[in-house]
Design a protein around this ligand. Structure first.
Ligand SMILES: NC(=O)c1ccc[n+]([C@@H]2O[C@H](COP(=O)([O-])OP(=O)(O)OC[C@H]3O[C@@H](n4cnc5c(N)ncnc54)[C@H](O)[C@@H]3O)[C@@H](O)[C@H]2O)c1
Length: 320
């Protein structure tokens, strides 16, 4: 998709971070924007930002894991803008950090439910409506570089994002005959509020195996402050959408980054490769020790990425 003028863009998680960056960039490109978000305070802040600006923005309070509410939101978009969106941004997401082996069912249900389940709900709700409208369109989904590798301290998140990356390729092929493109963004760190994910964790999923408290939330605010600016990221995503690129990696040499990440999996297929990868991992650990990353400053003191108190059988994640 190259012409965004008067296109309706539905953005989940559009009231904060990467989603708000998309709302800003695509409203400037001429889109009519729908911001759908679960957090009322984020919706209020986004409303205040767009007030007085020459932008057409409609706000919906939505939990993307609630399928009935999602259908209602889709009906509302058709009422307000006269048809389904031509651009669907599956951006909303949450994360949670702790040792994989300490993860509870609730850790999986919370993270996978939003990061993968929410995207599935977006696709099942909107794709048939977009096809039936007969208009060209584009699905723009935010995964993560975390989906291109396993990670011992954010297993539910990595698994969910890997699922999203895979799902987008399926839809990329399936939607070609309908003139609906698919792009999937795989960023590393973004300067956002994602460190506050625990604030929206529902009561019935509160049982976690991870150490989560104000200290870990404060550490994550510091950690993500080093990330890419959400508006800059949305501009890179826009270029990817314009050029119909399936996997948008916001780095100068995206193909080389992907080769390195996929190369790891290739190494894991043979005994010789396993040794090669172990050597590469050792080198990386050495490098990290010699050049501590300022993003990680305070992680240990905050107890970030650790199991919750009382799980004495879990080894210290940092010494594994
Ligand atoms: N921040 C990073 O470093 C980073 C890196 C890679 C990928 N991502 C991805 O970027 C996307 C956006 O996250 P962000 O970093 O901008 O975080 P953010 O917290 O600033 O924004 C996410 C928004 O999604 C909303 N949201 C969460 N759960 C929801 C639900 N069930 N229904 C509706 N809205 C919901 C939140 O209220 C929030 O406003 C996520 O998919 C995340 O996984 C983030």
């Amino acid at each position: 998709m190259k012409d965004f003028k008067d296109k309706v863009a539905f953005i989940t998680g559009g009231a904060s971070g990467a989603g708000l960056g998309q709302a800003k960039v695509f409203s400037e490109a001429g889109c009519k924007i729908v911001i759908a978000d679960i957090r009322q305070d984020h919706l209020d802040e986004a409303k205040a930002y767009f007030k007085g600006k020459n932008a057409r923005v409609h706000f919906i309070k939505l939990d993307i894991t609630d399928r009935k509410a999602y259908t209602k939101a889709a009906d509302e978009v058709e009422e307000v803008f006269g048809g389904p969106p031509q651009l669907l941004f599956n951006t909303a997401g949450v994360n949670a950090f702790g040792p994989a082996e300490a993860s509870t069912f609730e850790d999986y249900d919370f993270v996978v439910g939003i990061c993968l389940g929410g995207v599935i709900n977006g696709m099942v709700t909107f794709v048939p409506r977009m096809i039936k409208s007969g208009r060209p369109g584009h699905i723009a989904t935010v995964a993560s570089m975390g989906g291109l590798m396993g990670a011992s301290r954010c297993a539910p998140y990595s698994a969910a994002k890997a699922g999203v990356i895979n799902l987008m390729e399926s839809y990329y092929t399936a939607l070609k005959p309908y003139n609906i493109g698919v792009s999937c963004l795989c960023p590393a760190g973004i300067k956002t509020n994602i460190g506050e994910s625990s604030y929206i964790r529902p009561k019935h999923l509160e049982n976690t195996g991870y150490n989560t408290n104000e200290k870990t939330v404060a550490f994550m605010a510091h950690h993500y402050s080093f990330g890419i600016d959400p508006v800059e990221l949305a501009q890179i995503f826009k270029k990817g959408i314009e050029n119909d690129v399936l996997y948008v990696l916001p780095f100068p040499e995206p193909d080389n980054v992907m080769k390195r990440l996929i190369g790891r999996m290739v190494n894991y297929t043979t005994p010789e490769g396993m040794k090669r990868q172990a050597e590469l991992d050792k080198q990386m650990m050495e490098e990290r020790k010699n050049n501590p990353n300022p993003m990680m400053e305070g992680a240990e003191e905050a107890g970030w990425g650790m199991a919750k108190e009382g799980l004495n059988w879990v080894k210290d994640a940092r010494n594994k």
